[in-house]
Ligand binder design. Structure first.
Ligand code: C2E
Ligand code: MG
Ligand code: MG
Ligand code: MG
Length: 282
């Protein structure tokens, strides 16, 4: 706790912040053990093709079942893992799980197995020396086609030039499609689409939310289709929750969408059931 020279609390000190910091420190320490204790798992959310909703791919999303707190949101613990460095080990584990799951889908589903699997990559991972070499080694060891694994990155990872952008270029050279995630939030700059090898643009939910209301968001959603089409980039609309949004996005020219309206994130086995030839009526 910060104290001033007189021993009293300084004006900017906020006890609530102190409690948050203490909670973060405890959760962060727990997170270090979470992999070894088997508390982490992956779920997969389908990315669908419009308008019919056929499966175009899946996005891997990590889950943490904390022994006391129950499900902890990745929106909370991923930033924590970034700050305390655990993300490096965590990211490695996530990629290993994804390659293992891909092999299981291949065995169970053959030609029906998901062809495209998106994995979220944190800025800190991209800045870690040897990260791309590690990815290359894992894919080679597991016999995973690099073209099957889309690297979802955020603009913060590649702002400016530097190791982040270099790593993305190396991933691309390795054969991984690159997706720019949450596009439109943060400090998105269109120059990123020029400087960074991007094959997929994920239009953030905050724009999709307003798409049926004739708002500024709708204008942006429409403009992004013109930009991505012109650049030969695939656009994915994120966070589609209603039929009306799906229809409007399709009319605007979107071919790919993701959201609770179609599917919530599910286990790897649930994806298998979803795609099994029996379920498909093949
Ligand atoms: P993201 O990569 O943008 O993932 C999409 C998030 O939106 C997921 O939340 C997903 O469950 C949620 N979502 C999908 N459709 C809808 C919808 O229709 N409505 C609403 N309200 N939400 C929807 P989740 O799984 O809680 O993940 C949150 C964020 O945490 C992710 O955002 C990503 O930035 C990060 N994250 C998740 N898994 C991983 C991971 O394995 N590695 C890393 N580095 N980050 C991850
Ligand atoms: Mg993502
Ligand atoms: Mg996203
Ligand atoms: Mg997001």
């Amino acid at each position: 706790a910060a104290k001033n020279a007189g021993g009293g609390r300084v004006a900017w000190f906020d006890p609530a912040m102190d409690r948050l910091a203490a909670r973060d420190a405890r959760l962060g320490a727990d997170l270090r053990q979470a992999v070894a204790r088997g508390e982490l798992s992956l779920v997969y959310q389908p990315i669908v093709e419009l308008p019919d909703g056929g499966l175009a791919g899946v996005e891997a999303l990590v889950r943490w079942q904390h022994p006391e707190h129950g499900q902890v949101s990745p929106a909370l613990f991923i930033p924590l893992a970034e700050r305390n460095g655990t993300i490096i080990e965590l990211g490695r584990w996530i990629l290993e799980q994804v390659t293992a799951q891909a092999a299981r889908w291949d065995r169970a589903l053959g030609a029906h197995a998901p062809r495209r699997i998106s994995v979220n990559i944190s800025p800190r991972e991209l800045h870690e020396p040897g990260f791309v070499a590690g990815v290359a080694a894992l894919l080679a060891r597991t016999g995973t086609d690099p073209a099957r694994i889309t690297a979802e990155i955020t603009e913060t990872a590649v702002l400016g030039t530097g190791p982040g952008l270099d790593a993305v270029r190396e991933l691309h050279e390795l054969g991984l499609p690159v997706a720019l995630d949450d596009f439109g939030t943060g400090q998105s700059s269109l120059s990123l689409l020029v400087d960074c090898p991007v094959q997929v643009l994920k239009v953030d939910k905050s724009f999709v939310d307003g798409v049926t209301a004739g708002t500024a968001q709708a204008v942006i959603v429409d403009s992004l289709i013109a930009i991505t089409t012109g650049l030969g980039i695939q656009a994915v609309a994120e966070g589609v929750e209603t039929e009306a949004q799906a229809r409007r996005l399709h009319q605007a020219g979107y071919r790919y969408a993701q959201g609770f309206h179609f599917f919530r994130p599910m286990t790897g086995d649930q994806v298998t059931s979803l795609l099994s030839p029996v379920a498909l009526g093949a």
